[in-house]
Each structure stands twice: as C-alpha cells, then as structure tokens.
Design a protein around this ligand. Structure first.
Ligand SMILES: C[S@@+](CC[C@H](N)C(=O)[O-])C[C@H]1O[C@@H](n2cnc3c(N)ncnc32)[C@H](O)[C@@H]1O
Length: 332
C-alpha cells in the first residue's frame, strides 16, 4: 500500500523524465481518473492509502502517457466551453483556441440582432446553423447550449467521428436539436438542382446521390430542400488546416494519435478553405454569417477568398498567443 502524495510524486517524476509537456497536470488527471475523485479531494487527502490495484492501473497509464498517448485518450474526456466531452482516437481533441469560434459567432449574431433593431437575447428562435467538420461535436453542442432556439446541422466526413458527436449531444441533452450528417463539407446539404448545375464547384456533383438517401438524415435534408439553398443564418467550421509539409514539426501526441482526416487540409494545409467558402456562400442567407478557425499560417491563403463581392464585414480575432485564429464574414 502507498499513499496519494507518494504515488503522485512518483508518477509525475516518470513523466518529467520522459519530457512530457505539463507533466504535473497529466499525472494529476490520470490519478483522478483512476481514483474517480476530483482535484480538491486529492489535495485534501494526501495521506490516504491507495489500493495496489489502483496503483498498478495508475502506473500503467503513466507508462502509456510517457510513450506519447495523449492524456485525453487515457481518460476519455476533455473539457470545452465548460462542458465535458467524450473523446477517442476517432476525433480531434477539442482545443481551447476553438472557443474563440464560439465567442465570435455569439458576438456577431448579437450585433446582427442589434442592427435589425431587436434585443440581442440570443434565444435563437428560427435560427439555422451549420457546423462543418464537427468532430467530437464540441462547436455544435456549445452553440446548441448557448442558443436554445436554434436548429443545428453538423457534418463530418468521418462516420466514426459522428458516432462520438452523437453520444456527446445525448450527454448534453441537445441530441434532438442537432442533425448529424455524414458529408464532404456541405455537400450533403446541397440542393439537388444546384448540384446538377455545377454552380458550387469542386465535388458538388457528388451531392445528388446523398440527397436521394433514405434514413435518419433524409428528414433534415428535405427540410433544407424545402427552404431553398440559402438556408443558413450561421455557418461555423474548424476545418483540418495543418499542412502535410509540417508533419515533422508536430508533437508525437498529435501526429501519432489524432486522426489524419482531422489534422491535414492538404500538402500546404489551407486547401479545404476554397471549397468551404464557396459552398458557404451558396448556403448562407443574405446577412448570414461565416465563422472559420484558422491555422497559424493559413491567413494569407484564406483572407483573399473573402475579398470576393459575395462577402462583407470581414474581421479577424487573435487567440491568446496573438495569432489570428478566427476569421468571420457576412454574406451579402
Ligand atoms: C480540425 S477537426 C475539428 C473538429 C471539431 N469541430 C473541433 O473543433 O474540435 C476537423 C474535422 O473535420 C472533419 N473533416 C475533414 N475533412 C472533411 C470534409 N471534407 N468534410 C467534412 N468534414 C471533414 C474531420 O473528420 C474532423 O472531424
């Protein structure tokens, strides 16, 4: 038998030796996970004895963390926007900088209400929102919690990610307000006629077969078809934006453990933005808002795409490190 303090000290020493970033926090989170306790309990009970089974489980997790497995994959969870999300190797671990996407979206919606002479209460009655590349569902679910009257559509190209997102929506009691669709960007939401005319560019022709599908998503799709193609008040996305050319600079926790489809946007990283912005232009209502997360070096490639006549009120928001992290624009 050993106590909490000694076990924690030994665990964090092993992580420090393995050069694990934030090794103290990682060791604490793993011990909390094994003991099923919260942080205050650990510091209030340093002398408490731990069973040999729990000690064994803890050091097995420490060994995996020292080998590069992210803490979140070992505990199965990550906090985002004050909510706890299930994460797995099928989804990107939600990052704190993505919370700026939520902040900008809420601010811009509030400004839109003020400009229309309404009080910015953000109950969101009648608002239609799309989250493209939803992953764990963190953006869609945070918006569903903040804007209780909005209907939300969330797409991802990965069925495995959508399964995690659906479980997270159920966990946060918003499953009935988010329609999850397996789709390449917004293609699954595209009106059959638009797709057939080719007006949406690359890949749009693949939408027609999807629209014909029966199944749980068909109701959501026909709802969009009924309202025409310019259906959304807000489209948000944190698309994959790392360049394959940058892989050598990535931490092993990222490149060895997070899904490639969630990380890489192409050789340079910014490749998905052109199609995403063109499709968003086709789907946003007049006055509708687009809010996109940016990679640390994607701004020069993305900003010119929003210089097109379709867009106005383009604005940038920096993250806490001073990097332009979110770009927002309004559809004319
Ligand atoms: C950077 S992750 C963002 C996940 C989540 N929205 C977040 O902010 O944590 C990008 C997500 O886009 C999805 N994705 C990649 N390519 C896509 C595409 N062409 N169409 C739709 N989703 C795509 C990935 O599966 C992944 O879940």
């Amino acid at each position: 038998m050993t106590d909490v303090r000694t076990t924690l000290k030994q665990g964090l020493a092993q992580l420090r030796e393995a050069h694990v970033p934030s090794f103290t926090l990682a060791a604490e989170l793993l011990l909390l996970h094994v003991l099923g306790r919260d942080r205050t309990w650990i510091y209030a009970h340093p002398e408490e004895e731990i069973s040999s089974t729990d000690v064994e489980r803890f050091f097995a997790l420490i060994a995996r963390r020292a080998n590069g497995v992210p803490t979140q994959h070992l505990t199965g969870k990550q906090e985002f926007w004050g909510l706890e999300f299930e994460v797995s190797p099928d989804v990107l671990i939600p990052r704190p900088e993505t919370e700026h996407v939520i902040e900008v979206a809420l601010d811009r919606l509030a400004v839109r209400e003020l400009r229309a002479g309404r009080k910015p209460t953000l109950s969101g009655e009648g608002l239609q929102i799309a989250d493209i590349g939803t992953g764990s569902g963190c953006i869609a679910i945070a918006l569903a919690k903040e804007i209780p009257g909005a209907a939300i559509f969330a797409t991802d190209i990965s069925e495995a990610a959508l399964a995690v997102a659906r479980r997270n929506a159920a966990r946060h009691a918003v499953a009935d307000r988010i329609h999850f669709l397996e789709s390449n960007l917004l293609e699954g939401l595209i009106d059959r006629n638009l797709a057939n005319t080719g007006r949406l560019g690359v890949g749009a022709q693949h939408a027609a077969p999807l629209l014909g599908n029966a199944g749980p998503d068909s109701q959501a799709r026909s709802q969009i078809r009924e309202h025409g193609s310019r259906f959304f008040d807000l489209i948000v996305s944190n698309p994959p934006y790392i360049g394959r050319c940058e892989v050598a600079a990535l931490m092993r926790e990222v490149c060895d453990h997070e899904p490639e489809i969630a990380l890489y946007g192409g050789e340079e990283g910014y490749e998905l933005y052109a199609a995403l912005i063109a499709q968003a232009a086709a789907h946003l209502k007049p006055g509708g808002l687009l809010v996109l997360e940016l990679g640390h070096n994607t701004l020069p490639a993305v900003q010119p795409l929003l210089d097109a006549p379709a867009w106005t009120s383009v604005a940038l928001t920096n993250d806490l490190a001073g990097i332009p992290r979110v770009i927002a624009a309004e559809r004319l």
